[in-house]
Each structure stands twice: as structure tokens, then as C-alpha cells.
Design a protein around this ligand. Structure first.
Ligand SMILES: Nc1nc2c(ncn2[C@@H]2O[C@H](COP(=O)(O)OP(=O)(O)O)[C@@H](O)[C@H]2O)c(=O)[nH]1
Ligand SMILES: [Mg+2]
Length: 214
């Protein structure tokens, strides 16, 4: 099995426990990423995973990005369902995956374990971490965990309509500067911010060997 982070194919142990242990070591490094561990050039058809807590709007966003035509299947060996579809972003075909809800990479439930293992083993080019703007600070914990995996992360702060009703305003630019990753504020329900999201995804996904710092 090869990982999509390294320019050269790398061998992972076949044993599941060893495999995960080695992945954790790799994706949870003690040191900051070095120049030698930058992204390999991205494939022509990028894969994007929507990740986040339950009820933050991942599936609604998935439908908006894919036009609703979806293949839902059980991930091999599990009862966990995964929705996969094609979308067009920046004029190019992308594969978009809607993952089961997760609160943390320190997973507890079968769904969380599945999503964590899925992110660490499958060739994902970009993770869109969808969060609820009303619970921004609580949900940023998973953003940091995802950033530690070294998979490129874009933060989608959803439910802006509800947040604004509660008097919560999110400063996209400031958040972007603080985190060092692309941030988009949006309301999937109102279809607000979708164009900005696709524009930022297009920039991010199709820039080879892009690295981030935080
Ligand atoms: N008000 C509001 N509701 C939203 C928004 N995005 C999603 N929802 C609603 O939130 C609920 C959960 O959305 P869903 O996509 O199933 O969340 P998931 O569990 O993360 O996949 C649904 O009733 C959606 O219609 C949003 O931006 N604003
Ligand atoms: Mg869902």
C-alpha cells in the first residue's frame, strides 16, 4: 500500500495494529513537517473528504457540491456507510466523500474509528472540516488534530445564518491568518459562501506541493 504524502511509494506493514501505529507515528509527528515531506504532485482527479461533528451540515454541503447524485455503500468490513460522488470544482472533476460524524481523532464510536482510519489510510487530497459557527472554539480542537495529520485542511464554518441570529460574527480573514489554513464562512442552508468555498478549494487542491504552516 502506498501513501499519497510521499513522492516515492512507501510500504506499510500489513498487520492492522502495526499499520495504524506506524501511521500515527507518521501523521502525528513530534516535529513540524520538513521540506522533504511536502505533498507529491496532486492527481488529476482529486479526492476531497468532508469531515466534522454530526449535524454541522456535511451532507447538505455534499449535496450542494455534487448535485445530489450519490453512491452510498458500506465501507468494506464495516457497517459504516460512506457517500461518494463526483463534483466539478475549478472546471475539474473531483471525487467528494461525505464521512460519518466525528468529534475527535481520538475515536470512541465505530463511525469515528472508521473516519479516522479512512483519513489516515485512503488517498485524500484535501479535508474540508465542516464546523458549526455557533460552536466555533469547541470545534476547532478537531481542526488542529486534522492539521496534525498533514493532510491539507480547509475549514468551512457553516451555519452562519444561525450564528448571526445569535449575535455571533466570524472573522474569516482573521481566522485564516491565525490558523494558517484556508477558511470559508458559509450557510449551506442559504447557499451562501458556496462559490467562495469552491474557489478556495480549486486554488488549494490544484496547487501542487503546497505546504502550510501553523
Ligand atoms: N440553519 C442552517 N441549517 C443548516 C445549515 N447547514 C445544514 N443545516 C441543517 O442542519 C441539519 C443537519 O445537516 P446535515 O447536512 O445532515 O449534517 P451532517 O450530520 O453534518 O451531515 C439539517 O437539518 C440541515 O438542513 C446551515 O447553514 N444553516
Ligand atoms: Mg450527514
Amino acid at each position: 500500500m502506498s501513501c499519497n504524502r510521499c513522492p516515492e511509494p512507501c510500504q506499510l506493514p500489513s498487520n492492522n495494529v502495526n499499520k495504524l501505529r506506524s501511521l500515527w507515528k507518521r501523521f502525528w509527528p513530534q516535529k513540524r513537517p520538513t521540506a522533504s515531506h511536502q505533498l507529491a504532485p496532486l492527481p488529476s482527479q482529486a479526492t476531497i473528504a468532508l469531515v466534522g461533528s454530526p449535524n454541522v451540515g456535511k451532507s447538505l454541503l455534499f449535496n450542494l457540491l455534487t448535485g445530489g447524485y450519490t453512491t452510498v455503500s458500506n465501507y468494506p468490513g464495516t457497517t459504516v456507510e460512506i457517500a461518494k460522488s463526483q463534483g466539478i470544482i475549478g472546471g475539474q472533476k473531483v471525487t467528494i466523500i461525505d464521512t460519518p460524524g466525528m468529534y475527535s481523532l481520538m475515536s470512541m464510536t465505530e463511525e469515528e474509528q472508521f473516519t479516522r482510519d479512512f483519513l489516515l489510510t485512503e488517498p485524500i487530497d484535501l479535508v474540508i472540516h465542516v464546523i458549526d459557527a455557533k460552536h466555533l472554539s469547541r470545534m476547532l480542537a478537531l481542526t488542529f488534530q486534522l492539521m496534525e495529520t498533514q493532510i491539507p485542511v480547509l475549514l468551512a464554518v457553516n451555519m452562519l445564518d444561525e450564528a448571526e441570529k445569535s449575535g455571533i460574527w466570524v472573522n474569516e480573514k482573521q481566522l485564516e491568518a491565525s490558523l494558517g489554513i484556508p477558511v470559508v464562512t458559509l450557510s449551506a442552508a442559504q447557499k451562501r459562501g458556496i462559490q467562495t468555498l469552491t474557489a478556495k478549494v480549486a486554488n488549494y487542491v490544484y496547487t501542487p506541493a503546497l505546504s502550510y504552516s501553523y
